[in-house]
Design a protein. Structure first.
Length: 135
């Protein structure tokens, strides 16, 4: 506790995760941060209700880490497409495990799909935290 109270600067990076536990610690000690949120986490909120999520991030800067956080891959093979499932809310967006890299991801196969993911992420975050809140 004493080490955290005497801290002047704290930097923490978390990629594509829900940082609820970390938020509770930051809030307890009055530390502020910038969080680029992946808005598809909002769909089920895990174990945290919407109101609790808003409370956890209140007073912090929130940014857009893009809906689905897709990888832009305009040249997926026909074999890759056989293993992928289209995303219902964005044309040109797919998810699944590709044959080529055997990694589960979201894939944007057109520039329009990638831009749509950026825009939907911002819309999702502003729907939760208020218009104009996304930096």
């Amino acid at each position: 506790d004493r080490a955290i109270k005497n801290m002047q600067i704290l930097s923490k990076t978390a990629e594509d995760c829900d940082v609820v536990l970390g938020m509770e610690v930051l809030n307890r000690y009055g530390l502020k941060g910038t969080f680029n949120l992946n808005s598809n986490f909002f769909e089920n909120f895990g174990t945290v209700r919407k109101e609790e999520y808003i409370k956890l991030y209140s007073g912090h800067e929130v940014g857009n880490h893009v809906r689905y956080h897709p990888e832009y891959r305009p040249n997926l093979s026909e074999d890759d497409f056989k293993t992928l499932t289209p995303v219902s809310d964005i044309d040109g967006m797919y998810y699944g495990v590709t044959v080529s890299d055997k990694t589960y991801r979201y894939y944007a196969v057109t520039p329009e799909a990638f831009i749509a993911a950026i825009e939907k992420g911002k819309e999702d975050i502003e729907a939760l935290f208020g218009k104009g809140t996304v930096k």
